[in-house]
Design a protein around this ligand. Structure first.
Ligand SMILES: [Zn+2]
Length: 368
C-alpha cells in the first residue's frame, strides 16, 4: 500500500516529504523542470550572457564580476569560463565551510594558483556558535554558512563597486524546491529572505550578526535595498548545467583533485568533498524528511540517464541511512559538546510520521 505521506517520484528517487516540493501525476517538480529545460534554446541564452558581460566589463584592470567560489568543480568552471571565454575579470569570494577538509584547502589553493584572485573569509568562533544554535534548535548544522555564501559575495561586490554577481546553479527549481527563480535572468532580493521557521532564532540572528560578524550577517531591509542595484545571476540560466563538463574543465585548468575514497554516506567522490559538515546536514535531512545524500545524487544521475531507477533503489537502500561515523569526533569538537549530547540532539529530529523505531533501530516507512 502506498504511504500517503511518504512516497517517491515515479521517475527519480525524490521524496514527497522534501520541503517545498510539488508533484504532478506522481512526477516531482525537479523531473518536470528538467524536462522543460531541454526545450531551452541555449545559444540564445549564451547571447544574453555575452550582452550582460559587455555591459559590465570594465576593461581597466578592475574587477567586474564577483564569483562565489570554493575550489570545487562548479564554481571553478563558472569562474574559468567568465575569465577565459567571456573576457571578464572575476573577483572570487570563498566563505570557509564548516569543517573544511585537507582536500578542500588543497583544491582552493590550486584554484588560486591557476590564476584567480580570491577573498577568503575564515570561520570565526562566533560563527560556529551560530551554527550550534541552529543545529540544536532546528537541526540545521550549517545554516549560517549557507546564508553567508549568498550574502558575503554581495557585500564584497558592494565594497569593490562591482555590479555583477554570478552564482552557479539555481538549485531550488532544479532539485525540487520553489519555482520562483526558474527561468529568471535576474534574481531579485527575495533570494535573501533566509529566515527560519523559528522566530526566536530569527530574532537572535538579526540582533547579533550585523554587529559582530559583518560578512556572515543576515540582511536587513535597508541593506536589501542597498544591494538591489547589483545584477544577480545564476550560471545555470545561461548554459546547460553539466557536471561532467565542469569536472573536466576544473581538472584541466584549475587544479581540481579528488580523493580515491568517498565520505561515509556519499555515493560519489566528487560532490561536497571540501567539507565534513555537509554529510551531517544530509543525515539530518534523512531523519527529518526521509531523504539523504544518496536520494539526492541518484535522482540527478537518473535525470541525466547515467543511472537506472532500479540501480538507484539499491544504492539508496544501502547509503541513505548511513551516519558519517568517521566525523563524529569532528562534529562534537565543532559544537563543543559530548558525544552523548550530540546524539541526543540528533535523534530529537527523527520524524515519527515516517520512521518506526524497533529495537533501537530506526526504520523508514518506505515502499521501495
Ligand atoms: Zn523526480
Amino acid at each position: 500500500m502506498k504511504n500517503k505521506l511518504f512516497y517517491r517520484c515515479k521517475k527519480c528517487m525524490t521524496v514527497s516529504t522534501r520541503p517545498r516540493i510539488s508533484f504532478k501525476k506522481g512526477v516531482c517538480s525537479a523531473c518536470l523542470n528538467f524536462k522543460e529545460r531541454k526545450k531551452i534554446d541555449w545559444s540564445l541564452r549564451g547571447k544574453e550572457l555575452r550582452k550582460l558581460c559587455n555591459k559590465f566589463r570594465k576593461n581597466n584592470g578592475e574587477y567586474d564580476v564577483v564569483v562565489p567560489a570554493g575550489g570545487g568543480k562548479d564554481s571553478s568552471y563558472v569562474a574559468w569560463m567568465l575569465k577565459n571565454k567571456y573576457n571578464m575579470n572575476p573577483l572570487c569570494v570563498c566563505c570557509e565551510p564548516p569543517l573544511i577538509t585537507k582536500l578542500g584547502i588543497q583544491n582552493l589553493n590550486n584554484f588560486k594558483s591557476s590564476g584567480f584572485d580570491l577573498i577568503y573569509l575564515s570561520e570565526t568562533e562566533y560563527f560556529k556558535k551560530m551554527n550550534k544554535i541552529t543545529f540544536i534548535k532546528s537541526g540545521l548544522p550549517q545554516h549560517n554558512w549557507l546564508a553567508s555564501i549568498v550574502i558575503a559575495p554581495l557585500k564584497i561586490a558592494h565594497k569593490f563597486n562591482i555590479k555583477f554577481v554570478m552564482w552557479g546553479e539555481e538549485g531550488e527549481s532544479m532539485y525540487g524546491g520553489k519555482n520562483i527563480y526558474k527561468n529568471k535572468l535576474k534574481v531579485d532580493t527575495k533570494l535573501f529572505n533566509l529566515k527560519l521557521n523559528n522566530n526566536v532564532i530569527n530574532k537572535y540572528i538579526m540582533k547579533n550578526t550585523s554587529k559582530k560578524n559583518y560578512f556572515w550577517s543576515t540582511l536587513n531591509k535597508k541593506e536589501i535595498k542597498k544591494y538591489s542595484n547589483i545584477y544577480k545571476c545564476y550560471w545555470s540560466y545561461f548554459e546547460k548545467w553539466d557536471e561532467t563538463k565542469h569536472i573536466k574543465v576544473a581538472k584541466k585548468y584549475c587544479g581540481l583533485r579528488f580523493d580515491k575514497k568517498k565520505q561515509g554516506n556519499a555515493i560519489n567522490n566528487h560532490s561536497h568533498t571540501d567539507q565534513k559538515m555537509f554529510a551531517l546536514h544530509m543525515y539530518l535531512a534523512y531523519l527529518k524528511f526521509g531523504f539523504g545524500r544518496a536520494t539526492t545524487d541518484t535522482s540527478i544521475d537518473i535525470r541525466h540517464k547515467k543511472l537506472s531507477r532500479l540501480k538507484a533503489i539499491k544504492i539508496v537502500k544501502k547509503y541513505d541511512s548511513i551516519f558519517p561515523e568517521t566525523f563524529t569526533k569532528d562534529y562534537c569538537n565543532y559544537f563543543n559538546m559530548t558525544k552523548k549530547r550530540f546524539f541526543k540532539i540528533l535523534y530529537k529530529f527523527i520524524n515519527k510520521d515516517i520512521f518506526q523505531i524497533k529495537n533501537k533501530k530506526i526504520i523508514l516507512l518506505d515502499t521501495i
